[in-house]
Design a protein around this ligand. Sequence first.
Ligand SMILES: NC(=O)c1ccc[n+]([C@@H]2O[C@H](COP(=O)([O-])OP(=O)(O)OC[C@H]3O[C@@H](n4cnc5c(N)ncnc54)[C@H](OP(=O)(O)O)[C@@H]3O)[C@@H](O)[C@H]2O)c1
Length: 315
Amino acid sequence: MASPTAEHSSETLPKGSSILAPIVLAGATGALGLLIAHHLRRRGVSVRALVRPESSHKAEAESLRKQGVEVVAVDYSSVADLTKACQGATCIISALSGLRDIIVDTQTRLLEAAVAAGVPRFIPSDFSADFTTLPEGSNRNFDLRREFQRRLDTAPIRATSILNGMFMDLLKGQAPLVQPGIGRIVYWGDADQPLDFTTMVDTADFTAAAALDDTTPRYLRVAGQVASIRGVQAAASQALGQPFKLLRVGSVGVLATMIKVTRTLMPAPNDVFPPWQGMQYMHNMLSGQAKLHPLDTARYPDIRYTQIRELLAEK
Ligand SMILES: NC(=O)c1ccc[n+]([C@@H]2O[C@H](COP(=O)([O-])OP(=O)(O)OC[C@H]3O[C@@H](n4cnc5c(N)ncnc54)[C@H](OP(=O)(O)O)[C@@H]3O)[C@@H](O)[C@H]2O)c1
């Protein structure tokens, strides 16, 4: 691994000091965007947050201003407007979330703006399991990321995608794996398949460090903890002080059938994360197809990663 340059050290700078050339952050009022902004500021970086006009008065935008972030309202449909907002930046980070209109179309305009403004680096809103080699159609949201990836890879800019597996935070509710009510870990396939988890906070911290690191490769793969279903079972039992048993619903083939049925009954085509897409994510991970390898988790030694046991023990 190449270490960050002295000028762009991932160490936290003394309070009050700032690296002057800004990092432009799109989607800064979102869940992950706010955390990335926080970690960039903690590292002493100037941050220019691009927000939609309707978001520029939200409490999240106000909290960004209080942290010393420059909040700029932009028209995402205008490459000229975006180009103006990207001037002088050292890196663009996109934490936008959405479907084709955002992941492909809006990010393409942001990319064109970055190139026009001469910004050297671009971090797209990938933040996921490894979608790069998955078969088309196995995950609707990942297909969109690969579609944008093809455009990004032909643009004259250095791109780095952050792949972090599943947000570990989802184990506290949204992902169906840990079921404290019935004392079960629900899963499909092989209980020994290694799975990648990183909290949203740790992903944001890693992204901030990567944005300051001029030597990043095309992909950085990070996992705060790699755990199998049996590992999740042990962590949940320890954290919650109750024994968890395993509940295997079926093979990953059974999960694939359940996805088809759920998608037919509840298509919700305009939802970013409908239940069937969450199930596609589980299928990608439990089948091992989206496993992160090799891992760059130790690239920034100042980051300490939250473990599943700690996360589940948090009230
Ligand atoms: N690995 C995982 O397990 C996992 C889980 C969840 C999410 N993610 C990924 O993490 C990334 C960030 O997700 P998030 O949950 O933080 O998203 P979020 O809270 O929904 O916020 C995303 C931002 O997208 C912007 N946005 C939404 N619609 C837009 C539009 N029409 N035009 C322009 N901007 C628009 C908004 O920006 P403003 O309002 O600021 O303008 C919003 O702040 C995404 O890539 C998402 O897929 C990964």
